[in-house]
Design a protein around this ligand. Structure first.
Ligand SMILES: [Zn+2]
Length: 281
């Protein structure tokens, strides 16, 4: 079986209301998936609002990274989190099992060395650089074998991209193509978090509608042998009344073979990685 892991930054469970754009009118597919999913704690027993660097490092290592740091760390990992991620992570463990692994987001670069020399690197970039063959670049995107982080490629236009834009449905097709060629495929979407920080309802709805059309097609086109897993690192976009993240729980969505093994007993961000490795065998 294969695993397609879609990470969505900053999406939690919040009460319905004008402040919450995560509603069936805006994103029916995501809401239906969230309704059936276990809720994960993102606070990790550490005071303060949960943040991306420690939350994502926890998801991809299974270690409570906030506890390691003694606090929630936002943005880009520093030396301690880098070390944690470089010692062991989901990609390293999957490759140790002889599996083909792919990070399906197309970097706006041509080679791993360009990424390695960047001063600020995200958790997923650091993880992917521990196994550079997992990385995808512009040529892969143009061949329909990678997806740009904003799904439609519009984000590349100001950077000089002159190729075609794609619909969320076409992008979903590209992700499914990648997933069919690998045992573990990761796609990361973080515009939900940036839209949450903007507190702009219109922008948040736009991001959620794009994501929802994409997810709808991924769910519809998912082959029987592929387990789709979707989760987040902390809440944010579900409460536009606050500029920062939230203390809310996040979903652990699983659709496909052995979905029960992903969901059973899952209670925090720490529980994602061990369950993924168990079903990957
Ligand atoms: Zn954020």
């Amino acid at each position: 079986m294969r695993v397609l892991f879609v990470f969505i930054d900053g999406v939690g469970y919040g009460p319905a209301g004008e402040q919450n754009p995560v509603c069936p009118e805006v994103c029916p597919t995501l809401c239906a998936l969230m309704d059936k999913a276990p809720h994960l704690d993102a606070c990790l027993g550490i005071p303060g609002l949960p943040q991306s660097a420690t939350g994502q490092a926890t998801l991809y290592t299974g270690v409570n990274a906030a506890q390691v740091m003694g606090r929630h760390k936002e943005g880009f990992p520093g030396p301690t989190l880098c070390k944690l991620l470089q010692e062991d992570n989901l990609f390293i463990e999957a490759r140790r099992r002889g599996l083909r692994v792919c990070f399906a987001d197309a970097y706006f670069a041509d080679a791993p060395e360009e990424l390695a020399s960047r001063r600020f690197k995200s958790v997923t970039t650091i993880m992917s650089l521990t196994a550079p063959e997992t990385l995808r670049f512009q040529k892969d995107m143009l061949a329909g074998r990678a997806v740009v982080h904003d799904i439609t490629r519009a984000v590349l236009v100001p950077k000089g991209y002159t190729g075609p834009l794609v619909t969320p449905e076409e992008a979903a097709g590209h992700l499914l193509t990648v997933a069919a060629e690998n045992d573990l495929t990761l796609f990361e979407y973080f515009l939900t978090d940036t839209a949450g920080h903007s507190q702009n309802r219109e922008r948040a709805e736009g991001v959620l509608r794009t994501l929802d059309a994409f997810l709808k097609e991924v769910v519809a086109g998912r082959p029987d042998d592929t387990l789709l897993v979707v989760t987040s690192d902390h809440g944010n976009i579900e409460d536009l009344s606050t500029r920062g993240h939230t203390f809310n729980q996040v979903p652990l969505i699983a659709v496909g073979p052995r979905e029960d093994e992903i969901r059973a007993g899952a209670a925090s961000l720490m529980d994602v990685m061990p369950r993924l490795l168990r079903v990957l065998g």
